[in-house]
Design a protein around this ligand. Structure first.
Ligand code: KIV
Length: 271
């Protein structure tokens, strides 16, 4: 008799329960089947198909160029590699800011064509109508405030956001609006940890931080950064768990030497 393991899938309700019992939420990005499989099997709670794919997968300087079709391709690959984690997909720049109907159509395409479980959108009051329309269609929405990379040309830098009172007050207002609209969680990127803690304590929904300190309900990192695949990006908030860039250089160097010296393939490695 085969014993089938049942996996308790992470849902938006599971994340809410985690916040309520004080269990921190772990979240990482992934953009392809193999990486999603590895981090899902390791037990990650949430996989974000981030528009950071534009940087780490496609080599663009910003997240602006990635298209909805490209996000759907990445998201479908991640969904096929995931058994347990909740898969959240970024709505890319230009796919939701125009009007709420456009936002809804983009979210529906992501859900229908990739099989993902939720979408993420950058911004507060400015995108609220779109957030509400997507939620009305039954699609869970994660908000994203603080440093919102799709607005990089408005900000001008990737520096810490909301250090001034006015911007901090707007962020608190936006966070409340997003929760009231029905968002199931919120990402806060690169803001002072005291402010992030205030927001996390004042909201019922989970708040997940990146560069927002430890006083929030969970953490997210870009997987290429934390594994050291990308070794050119070293912000203060990043903890590197591996140095895969160096390890891969060494492994590929050994392979090249083995091929050139005719050491590879050996007798055992051929038919
Ligand atoms: O696109 C992304 O990777 C993100 C995270 C940095 C939160 O939005």
């Amino acid at each position: 008799m085969s014993v089938q393991k049942t996996v308790r899938k992470v849902t938006t309700h599971v994340l809410q329960e985690m916040k309520e019992r004080g269990e921190k939420i772990s979240m990482l990005t992934a953009y392809d089947f193999s990486m999603a499989r590895m981090i899902d099997h390791a037990g990650i709670d949430v996989i974000l198909v981030g528009d950071s794919a534009s940087n780490v997968m496609a080599g663009h300087e910003t997240t602006l160029p990635i298209t909805l079709d490209q996000m759907i391709y990445h998201a479908g690959s991640v969904v096929r590699g995931t058994d347990r984690a909740l898969v959240v997909v970024d709505l890319p720049f230009g796919s939701y800011q125009g009007n709420s109907k456009e936002a809804l159509n983009s979210a529906i395409r992501i859900m229908k064509e990739s099989g993902a479980h939720a979408v993420k959108m950058e911004g507060g009051e400015e995108v609220l109508e779109g957030v509400k329309r997507i939620l009305t269609a039954g699609v869970p929405v994660m908000g994203h405030l603080g440093l919102t990379p799709q607005s990089i040309y408005k900000f001008g830098t990737y520096n810490v956001r909301a250090t001034e009172e006015q911007e901090a007050e707007k962020l608190i207002r936006d966070a409340k609006l997003l929760e009231e609209a029905g968002c199931f969680a919120l990402v806060l990127e690169k803001i002072p940890s005291a402010l992030a803690g205030t927001v996390a304590r004042s909201l019922r929904i989970p708040v997940i931080g990146i560069g927002a300190g430890g006083d929030v309900d969970g953490q997210v990192l870009v997987v290429h950064d934390m594994l050291g695949i990308n070794n050119e990006f070293s912000p203060r908030f990043l903890r590197r768990y591996l140095n895969l860039y160096d390890d891969i250089q060494l492994a590929v160097g050994r392979y090249i030497r083995d091929v050139k010296s005719r050491d590879f393939p050996s007798q055992q490695e051929q038919y």
